[in-house]
Design a protein around this ligand. Structure first.
Ligand SMILES: [Zn+2]
Length: 381
């Protein structure tokens, strides 16, 4: 073979290699005719995770939900306007900010709420419940253990609190398989309102050594994606503080792919932090209350987050937020607490309308939340 021909062949091979290593997985798959079009590729490759914030358990919610005829608390209709989005997710996740300690039911500062709210969250489409939060030990060991028993009794996946260390060792980190993808979840809280956690109970805390060990464990388990759902920050502060920002960078250094936060009762700003090798890690510092009886203007709404993951490349390809308003009042003549997504409401896509003052409030709340998250994408519906 002549030298010229050899050079020519080498060049062709080089171009081929460069071309193909530059192609995305999508371009490769389409080029290889594995899918008929882009839509088919996206439908098969994307795993969607939907995160909701803090599910509160205030006593007026209990009163509104009680059906005197059946003697049962009914919460499912609270979520009827967000249910389609939750059902649509491959995996939907939320934080239970109260205990299922049984009767007598109690409210602030130590919550025990009816089991029906958990059962209805499952009917609405939630698959995973996180329990590491500042109210988890409100009713001591009895509350922790009974909450776990109720979660287990309905087959709800959960993470955050444990009856003992052995149980934590065998079930944490939580790894969930979705469409062949293994997703690892870590969940931890800044504290427990000064109530001490007594052995054998274990609650996941923001202990950096322990969290670093949990990340190593995720590595050993060979997960495809590492998601952190964390309870942190200052209540009613619309911006994350320096400690949250530093901790997010720590989580990114440990290998987090996505960070989702809660606790402040309001929606905080969001950010992209970076791992040491330059991987962007989207961080939503606080989603606000998913449902509550809180009266502060900023606490009467929140956001849900949808993350789209490519299961072939294990990359977070998009995150979007959906603002909503928690309406306490009548809809179609029925008094309840309703989680109403703001975009379809403002676009008149529902067959009801709120009072003029409530409608103006929705507009303002929507404007404030979207302004705070202006560097992130709204959930296109
Ligand atoms: Zn909290």
């Amino acid at each position: 073979m002549s030298r010229q021909l050899l050079l020519c062949l080498s060049f062709v091979v080089l171009v081929w290699v460069v071309l193909f290593t530059c192609l995305t997985h999508e371009e490769m798959a389409l080029r290889n005719c594995e899918y008929k079009d882009r839509e088919a590729y996206l439908a098969d490759s994307v795993v969607t995770l939907v995160f909701a914030g803090d599910v509160m358990g205030h006593s007026p919610m209990r009163t509104a939900a009680f059906n005197p005829v059946t003697g049962i608390f009914e919460f499912r209709e609270c979520f009827q306007f967000v249910e389609p989005y939750i059902q649509d997710a491959d995996l939907a996740l939320a934080n239970l900010e109260f205990t299922l300690a049984g009767k007598p039911y109690t409210s602030f500062p130590c919550f025990s709420f009816p089991d029906e709210l958990l059962f209805d969250l499952q009917k609405v489409g939630f698959d995973v419940i996180f329990t590491a939060n500042n109210h988890v030990v409100d009713h001591g060991k009895k509350g922790v253990d009974r909450t776990i028993r109720k979660l287990d009794s309905i087959g709800m996946l959960h993470a955050g609190s444990y009856v003992d260390a052995a149980s934590r060792d065998t079930t944490y980190p939580l790894v969930v398989e979705v469409k062949g993808m293994r997703i690892g979840f870590l969940n931890m809280t800044y504290g427990t309102n000064g109530i001490s956690v007594r052995p054998p109970t274990v609650i996941n805390m923001m202990d950096t050594l322990e969290v670093a060990r949990d990340f190593k464990r995720l590595e050993e388990l060979g997960v495809d994606l590492k998601v952190v759902y964390i309870h942190w920050g200052n209540e009613y502060q619309l911006k994350a503080d320096r400690y949250q920002r530093a901790y997010a960078r720590f989580l990114a250094r440990q290998g987090a792919d996505l960070i989702i936060g809660g606790h402040p009762h309001v929606v905080q700003d969001a950010d992209t932090v970076f791992s040491p090798d330059g991987k962007p890690v989207v961080t939503y510092y606080s989603m606000g209350n998913f449902i509550s009886n809180q009266k502060d203007a900023d606490a009467k709404g929140g956001i849900m987050i949808r993350a789209k993951i490519n299961r072939f490349t294990n990359k977070v390809i998009a995150t979007e937020y959906m603002p909503y308003y928690v309406h306490k009042g009548k809809i179609h003549g029925k008094y309840h607490y309703y989680v109403i997504p703001t975009v379809p409401y403002i676009n008149n896509r529902y067959d009801f309308s709120l009072s003029k003052s409530d409608s103006l409030f929705v507009l303002k709340l929507h404007g404030d939340m979207t302004k705070r998250l202006s560097n992130f994408n709204k959930w296109a519906d």
